[in-house]
Write a protein that binds this ligand. Sequence first.
Ligand code: AP5
Length: 217
Amino acid sequence: MRIVLFGAPGSGKGTQAEFISRDQGIPHISTGDMLREAARNGTEVGLKARSFMDRGALVPDQVMIEVVAQRLEKDDANKGFLLDGFPRTVEQAEKLDDILKLRGTGIDAVLWLEVDDRELVKRLTSRRICSGCGAIYNLLFQAPITPGRCDKCGSSLDQRVDDQQATAQKRLEVYQQQTSPLKDYYLSRGILKKIDGAKSPDEVYSSLKETLRSGRK
Ligand code: AP5
């Protein structure tokens, strides 16, 4: 399956993507993770992207389209993929459609995790990420057993620069202005599926699985 996981910052895309990718056996392609890795490695794209990410702005469309087009060329994406964080503008969505059309395919489902803004800000500002394995935690909702340490690998937990209150708020504004219009884009194509993302991670995942199952019938 070729799936887009869609939703505001903090709606649970990364959390749910891990479950879906494991169960469906398709690669989880997170543009945010790819950009952060590129920035850590000091590549030209990574350093350019960081200046946008750290202030909560979107990285320019041309850069993102190139990054994703290259990633979709890899063999593991032939059997399907799960996009997390892309597309984020109508221009990105149109280019993605063009790329897939050239291969005779298209997006099967766009799964939209809906969560209200107050909850999103709480989730973002209390998120912590493992510096070793990248596991996602939350000081309010999914705290590690030992404070400050990853349950899986024992490494220290970090806060993302863009999860500080002011930048988190800015990202939500950017989402409303630039990404939200994509709902109409995918609604008009009949592939947008809305899921209540405010429930527990397990409940959200059950809804996602059910939606994917019913879409196949
Ligand atoms: P990116 O990394 O994609 O960030 P995002 O979309 O803002 O999403 P997040 O990673 O913040 O949240 P999420 O929905 O994955 O939630 P998570 O599961 O982690 O992008 C970062 C930046 O990169 C962008 O701002 C932009 O600059 C740039 N960028 C990336 N792609 C781009 C593109 N296509 N175009 C242009 N620029 C681009 O969960 C959040 C927290 O909530 C966690 O602590 C988690 O434990 C907790 N949580 C999750 N689910 C639940 C639940 N059900 N109940 C309670 N807590 C929960």
